[in-house]
Unconditional design. Structure first.
Length: 255
């Protein structure tokens, strides 16, 4: 009798586990959510906040952008799925959507589990020497819900203040500062670099792998140095540029 009771208990426990597993699979197959973060797709490169500095926007651009990454959790998409971000906190009365930045309607393509998407910044001068913060989150819809708590929002720090990158003249950990590749710092030079490179380079990683936004490897820094040299020659040889040769407070720029 005891053996029968034990076997009945084992069978019931197995059935309960099977039901729980089935429920879990059904949940995974029907629920979809989006995780959001700045930085790379890799776990080590994820950050929940990003600084955008108007002082470093590329020269001659009306619309600039920074990228965030989304990761779909749950059932894969069988058709294109639109999603939006919304402001959920911060200085939204000073940092105004449509005037300072734009949040378009994004589309996550069918069969795609993740990707990079832009937040656009418009050319404006009314934030000079000021700094504001806004918090963004997914606007839930019929297809998507907010993801894990640690990846549920984005924090944007927006300012317009010239600040030389920390590792331009010295890097006590990596030992290879930015000036070794790009020379003496100036705002004009840095803005030109951003336009040519497509992003603000903030550090060269000689030991290890670049993970944070703005970090580049030693080999990439050499490539970007040459890319800036070529672009500068083209700029200075173009008669459509009235300020050629491109110069800063120290004279003609060089790399």
């Amino acid at each position: 009798m005891k053996k029968q009771i034990i076997w009945i208990g084992i069978i019931m426990a197995w059935m309960l586990c099977a039901c729980n597993e089935e429920d879990k699979l059904m949940y995974d197959q029907t629920e979809r959510s989006l995780n959001l973060w700045f930085g790379s797709e890799l776990y080590s490169g994820r950050v929940d906040s990003m600084v955008y500095n108007y002082a470093y926007r590329p020269l001659g651009t009306e619309l600039d952008s920074i990228q965030f990454y989304v990761k779909l959790i749950g059932k894969s998409l069988e058709e294109d799925c639109p999603f939006e971000l919304e402001v959920v906190g911060g200085d939204s009365s000073s940092l105004i959507e449509g005037k300072h930045y734009q949040l378009p309607v994004y589309v996550l393509k069918a069969g795609v589990s993740g990707g990079y998407f832009p937040i656009y910044f418009k050319n404006t001068s009314d934030l000079k020497n000021r700094e504001f913060t806004i918090s963004l989150a997914l606007k839930t819809n019929d297809w998507l819900t907010i993801g894990a708590k640690e990846y549920s929002g984005l924090k944007l720090i927006v300012k317009d203040r010239e600040e030389k990158p920390i590792y331009w003249d010295n890097d006590p950990e990596q030992f290879i500062p930015l000036k070794q590749f790009f020379g003496t710092y100036s705002l004009t030079k840095y803005q030109f670099m951003i336009k040519v490179i497509g992003k603000a380079v903030t550090r060269v990683i000689y030991r290890g792998k670049p993970t944070a936004p703005g970090e580049v490897s030693y080999a990439e820094a050499l490539y970007l140095q040459e890319k800036c040299r070529v672009a500068l020659v083209e700029y200075n040889n173009n008669p459509d540029n009235p300020d050629r040769p491109l110069s800063d407070e120290y004279g003609p720029i060089s790399f």
